[in-house]
Design a protein around this ligand. Structure first.
Ligand code: SF4
Length: 528
């Protein structure tokens, strides 16, 4: 549903800030694609855009795709911004630019909801989720769009039920320019891992959309040109196991109806491995990837961070189980934990070899506001406010030792030979377990064929001819070509190329050691 009862029409410019270059945004893969320029369509801002009164005009700009122009600012009566902590400096920069046109600027989303004091210059702070604060903001702007004399903070006390969420305004975004499509089914997580801000921000009792909302959103994403994969951005897809089981038959039907043109991916706790009834249905719905926050293979560390649920099955066994249902595991890993020892890096590399997980997002521990970790470190006087560091945590081990161990792990784990060997394992022992897909007319469209050929051409030229790891690439590529498996050849190479390039930059100190680091790289500042 939309906000109702507002008669005055307004022009709202929604601006999504650039990401600081990071491991998880895959930007090194973009030049090998048919024009991808950004990672995922931002759910929050597109949701707000859809919620605004029907008679309001909305323009959406993702600064990962193009910078906001003077014409955009001149068109608008107010600017909405949303983002995560990692985009903090960019959000403040958008505010500065909008103010130079004397525009009112409102900010919402996870970062301002956790840390309103990060955003002193904004005119309106929208703290919390879609709800009464949103209605209040809309009513105020309808009455008067000019800048208030001082900052106004609006806090959501009454959240809009997710069953009443409108479909995010995907039609405003250039969906084809995104690496992945995104969709959200639930919000919140029942666990309380020490470092995580999700339960504090969104609650421990997951709230849900209906399966019908999800299939309607998927339809809309397809209409808007989503290609390839759609990622469920839910913090934990099995946060409510019954809800996951309710949704999956609808996804299976939707895949049959639309000809299996979409691959699905999600985030879930590793104890999903205990739920064969869920895994079986995920296989049928063509989920191909599950991101699991494994964090560390060290049981003592898992206990200390209150992530014992990762040990409900032995970790390697859990990964192998998920692989048996055709799903590749992507793993989050944290270094710099209090339990880390001088040989933690070695142990991690051994785990990478044993688990055969190709893609692990290895980050330094960062204390986020509104987490038990933040509270503990504050009590222990171990929070460090220094933007030249890659973490705000005063580690038990010397900082330089932790960073150099991280760099070494990145360098070794993503050596082309090792990475492609792990992918070859996935092809043989994970992808082979996927449901054989019927050859449908929807898959064999001319647009799909042209897209595949474009990517193959770029991969062969930039990696196979010009690339310095071309020997390793061709060994993998030829085996895929012999098997007629063009899809794996393309999808693996796109991701592998990003990992190899990012890891090389990281190992010589040219990339941040944390997804949350606020250190800025020059390239991440949008042009004006
Ligand atoms: S299981 Fe995942 S989403 Fe839930 S609290 Fe732990 S880290 Fe956060």
């Amino acid at each position: 549903m939309r906000a109702e009862g507002i008669e005055t029409a307004r022009r709202i410019l929604c601006v999504f800030p650039r990401y600081t270059s990071s491991f998880g945004t895959f930007e090194y893969a973009y030049p090998l694609t048919d024009g991808v320029q950004a990672f995922m369509p931002p759910q929050g801002l597109l949701l707000i855009a859809a919620y605004l009164p029907a008679n309001w005009s909305v323009r959406f700009i993702d600064e990962n795709i193009r910078a906001t122009t003077a014409e955009d600012f001149k068109w608008a009566e107010a600017v909405f911004v949303s983002g995560m902590h990692i985009q903090r400096q960019q959000m403040n920069d958008i505010c500065r630019r909008a103010h130079s046109f004397d525009l009112t600027v409102a900010i919402g989303g996870p970062s301002v909801s956790a840390c309103p004091d990060y955003y002193p210059s904004f005119d309106y702070l929208h703290v919390g989720e879609l709800g009464d604060a949103t209605d209040d903001l809309i009513a105020r702007l309808a009455r008067d769009p000019s800048r208030p004399a001082q900052q106004v903070v609006l806090k959501t006390a009454d959240r809009l039920d997710m069953t009443e969420f409108p479909i995010p305004a995907y039609e405003l975004a250039d969906i084809k320019r995104y690496f992945l499509g995104s969709i959200q089914y639930s919000s919140g997580c029942p666990y309380q891992c020490e470092f995580c801000d999700i339960p504090g921000l969104y609650g421990r009792n997951p709230r849900l959309k209906t399966p019908q909302q999800i299939t309607a959103e998927l339809d809309r994403l397809l209409e808007c040109g989503v290609t390839g994969s759609v990622y469920f951005v839910d913090d934990n897809f099995i946060g409510n196991r019954k809800a996951a089981l309710d949704l999956l038959p609808h996804l299976i039907e939707w895949q049959k109806k639309t000809g299996y043109v979409t691959r699905l991916a999600c985030e879930a706790t590793l104890n999903i491995a205990k739920r064969s009834e869920i895994l079986e249905k995920m296989r049928e719905a063509y989920f191909v990837t599950v991101f699991c926050g494994i964090e560390t293979p060290d049981p003592d560390a898992l206990k200390a961070m209150h992530k014992d649920h990762n040990m409900m099955v032995p970790i390697l066994e859990g990964i192998a189980t998920i692989n048996r249902y055709g799903m590749e595991v992507v793993s989050g890993i944290i270094m710099g934990l209090d339990t880390d020892k001088p040989d933690t890096g070695e142990a991690l590399l051994a785990f990478v070899d044993e688990s055969r997980i190709p893609l692990l997002t290895i980050n330094l521990l960062q204390a986020l506001p509104k987490t038990p970790l933040w509270d503990r470190l504050e009590r222990e006087n171990r929070l460090i406010d220094d933007e030249t560091r890659d973490s705000n945590v005063d580690f038990r081990l010397p900082y330089d030792q932790v960073v150099s161990s991280w760099r070494n792990c990145m360098e070794v784990a993503y050596q082309p030979e090792k990475l492609f060997a792990r992918y070859q394992y996935q092809v043989d022992y994970t992808y082979a377990n996927r449901m054989p897909l019927p050859a449908t007319a929807e898959q064999r469209t001319w647009a799909n064929i042209r897209r595949g050929l474009t990517m193959l051409g770029k991969i062969f030229w930039k990696v196979g001819v010009l690339g310095d790891y071309r020997k390793v690439f061709w060994k993998f590529a030829l085996s895929r070509l012999r098997n007629g498996d063009i899809e794996s050849l393309i999808s693996v190479t796109l991701v592998a190329h990003h990992l190899i390039m990012f890891a090389r930059a990281a190992s010589v100190g040219q990339q941040n050691a944390s997804n949350y680091s606020v250190r800025l790289r020059e390239a991440s500042v949008p042009a004006e």
